[in-house]
Design a protein around this ligand. Structure first.
Ligand SMILES: C[S@@+](CC[C@H](N)C(=O)[O-])C[C@H]1O[C@@H](n2cnc3c(N)ncnc32)[C@H](O)[C@@H]1O
Length: 222
């Protein structure tokens, strides 16, 4: 999954999301900039440009996957990587992070609240209901739980959104790129490899796919 994620993201297919996250972090991060924590940061794809935009910040990717962390630790000179389960207490002191990135994956709001500095920001990215809709049924990928938005809103009751945006773009993917996209997330487990291969082979040479990601910047309510 990590190799597929790296291969797919290196193709720059999620550039609109990466640029949006970078711009929002640069615009709203507290000054002087402090630690940027990328929770379930995977290969560090989103952390690296944020560190470029915040030249005196240090970055930390937190993830459970050693394969992802190895890549994340090499992604930027000012980035380190830490193995931890985000559902447990994070080995970080209270109020240490100026910016927390939470891009897909699980999120533990109580721990985000604890590590975020008083004026710190949380940059959140979640898949919208139509995200990758053309591939979901055909490739057996997990859909977005319709109750997720309400659950998240409830969990984030202690935060105020200062920006809410939807990033929507179209991907034009060849078969290998569709394979990597399907293999890089948990949805890849719903079809066996043979079924997925046959489903990809049945696609046109170039498939148009919708990407829809909800992005928000939040601050703790004072
Ligand atoms: C969908 S990927 C997102 C990675 C990255 N944010 C990105 O968009 O490229 C989810 C990541 O969550 C990590 N993960 C899943 N459960 C976790 C947990 N309980 N604690 C820490 N990391 C976890 C996986 O190893 C994986 O790297």
């Amino acid at each position: 999954m990590v190799a597929a994620r790296e291969a797919f993201l290196d193709g720059d297919h999620y550039r609109p999301l990466r640029s949006t996250i970078t711009a929002l972090a640069a615009e709203h991060a507290p000054r002087p900039s402090r630690l940027v924590v990328d929770l379930v940061g995977g290969t560090g794809h989103y952390l690296s440009p944020v560190l470029d935009a915040l030249p005196i910040s240090w970055g930390l990717t937190v993830d459970l996957s050693a394969a992802a962390l190895r890549r994340a630790s090499r992604t930027h000179q000012r980035a380190a990587a830490l193995a931890a389960d985000v559902w447990g207490p994070l080995p970080l002191a209270r109020r240490t992070a100026g910016v927390v990135l939470s891009v897909f994956g699980p999120r533990n709001i109580a721990e985000i609240d604890r590590i975020l500095d008083a004026d710190g920001i949380l940059v959140l990215a979640t898949a919208g209901p139509e995200h990758l809709q053309e591939l979901r049924d055909r490739l057996g990928m997990i859909g977005v739980d319709p109750r997720k938005t309400d659950r998240l809103r409830h969990a984030l009751a202690g935060f105020t959104p200062i920006v809410e945006d939807t990033v929507r773009w179209r991907l034009a993917l060849q078969h290998d790129e569709v394979r990597a996209l399907a293999a890089m997330g948990p949805g890849s487990h719903h079809l066996d490899v043979g079924q997925r291969e046959r489903a990809v082979d049945a696609l046109p040479d170039l498939t148009g796919i919708t990407a829809v990601i909800n992005v928000a910047v939040l601050r703790r309510r004072r």
